[in-house]
Structures are given as C-alpha cells and as structure tokens.
Ligand binder design. Structure first.
Ligand code: FAD
Length: 115
C-alpha cells in the first residue's frame, strides 16, 4: 500500500499489543524532497528482556559502571589523536538529536582551537 499510518512513528502502550511502536520509514524524509514510492516499508518494535550475550543497548550509570567508565575516560584523555564521544564514548544515554548536537559542538570547539 502507499501509506499505512500517515506518520513516521506511532507508539502502542497497551499491554494487549505485543509491539511498542510502528515505524513507517517513508514519512521521515517525505518533507525533504525525497522521491516517494507508491509502496511502504514498516518496522514493528517488540520489547525484549536482556540476557547475557545480547547487545546491551543502554548505559547503566550505577556506581560500579561509572567507576569503570572513569578509567576509560582517563585513558581516552591520553589519546591526543582521537575524540571519543556519543553513547559509547561518554557512557551516557543520548537520543539522536542530542548526540548529533554534541558532535557538532565538539567539532566546532576543536576547529576553533586550530584557528
Ligand atoms: C532500540 C533503540 C531505539 C531508539 N530509538 C530512538 C528514537 O526513537 N529517537 C532517538 O532520537 N533516538 C533513539 N535511539 C537512540 C539512538 O539510536 C542513539 O542516540 C544514537 O544511535 C547514538 O549514537 P552514537 O553515535 O552515540 O552511538 P551508536 O549509534 O551506538 O554508535 C556506536 C558505534 O560504535 C561501534 N562500536 C562499538 N564498540 C566498538 C569498538 N570496540 N570499536 C569500534 N567501534 C565500536 C558500534 O558498532 C556503533 O557503530 C534508539 C536506540 C535504540 C537502541
């Protein structure tokens, strides 16, 4: 079909619905001049309990992990040729807009130092 839900993201919070959100990808770029197809692609997101060996998506900023992160941060500071950032580099929860904003800020201050 051309259009399933008319919007990029629809959240489902009811216990009876097994997925938590439906993403209809074409709506993300339809206002930016991207050619639009007469068909659509949709992803369903399902919640999942974490088990050892699974991808750990979210930082857990407890005492133990924060102390471990500080050790990595100290090592990172010694590397003058790499800037570590984002969720992985800062061990911090970021949404996409925040992580991109932070990357722009860091690169701007880095470039300002070079001038
Ligand atoms: C399920 C889910 C849903 C999300 N939904 C939203 C949303 O709706 N809206 C929103 O704004 N944000 C959302 N986010 C958050 C968004 O994805 C993150 O904010 C963003 O991707 C963070 O960017 P990043 O560059 O910090 O980290 P990442 O995108 O995670 O990039 C880190 C990169 O480092 C690589 N890497 C890992 N270990 C190593 C290593 N040892 N050496 C070299 N490379 C390594 C990884 O492969 C990865 O490519 C969601 C995240 C998840 C997991």
């Amino acid at each position: 079909m051309d259009d399933l839900q008319g919007n990029a993201v629809v959240n489902y919070t009811e216990r009876e619905v097994s997925y938590t959100r439906v993403i209809e990808h074409k709506h993300f770029d339809k206002n930016f001049g991207q050619p639009q197809s007469g068909k659509t692609v949709v992803s369903y997101e399902y919640p999942q309990n974490w088990r050892r060996g699974d991808e750990p998506y979210y930082p857990v900023n407890d005492e133990k992990n924060t102390a471990l992160f500080q050790k990595y941060a100290e090592l990172a500071k010694k590397r003058g040729d790499v800037i570590f950032g984002g969720r992985l580099g800062e061990y911090k929860y970021y949404d996409m807009d925040q992580v991109i904003g932070k990357a722009l800020d860091v690169s701007q201050s880095e470039l300002a130092q070079e001038r």
